[in-house]
Design a protein around this ligand. Sequence first.
Ligand code: ZN
Length: 135
Amino acid sequence: MGKQEGAGHGGSVIPYVSHTPHVSQEEHVSLDLPRTDPRAANLAADEVRRRLEHARTTRLAQLKALDETGASPGDHLMSNQKDAIKRVLREIDEAFARVEDGTYGTCLGCSKPVPPERLEILPHTRYCVGCQRAA
Ligand SMILES: [Zn+2]
């Protein structure tokens, strides 16, 4: 009986070994790699350019629409809107330059990566949420 218990113990070890925790670790690493690998960031540059291009097209259309409403030159609200759009257009241009020199997606405030979710919403942003609030 005592020996059978020993065999039973050994049997309980085998399923643990066949479980091979190494496999799940490797899977975990390979899932994390695309997000941290700088080469993956380079691959995403095309996607970033597409987003920036889209953002620019949208802003230019807004600017054109404001022009076509033909308000009086003294309309401060409209000139404020135009200034805001022009500012974003300038930031989009700067973001294009940062894609080229490889600094895109890095916060200018704390030098940490800006979360991809934020870049999806604001592709031209230069700051992470924390530094934007502090600015
Ligand atoms: Zn920051």
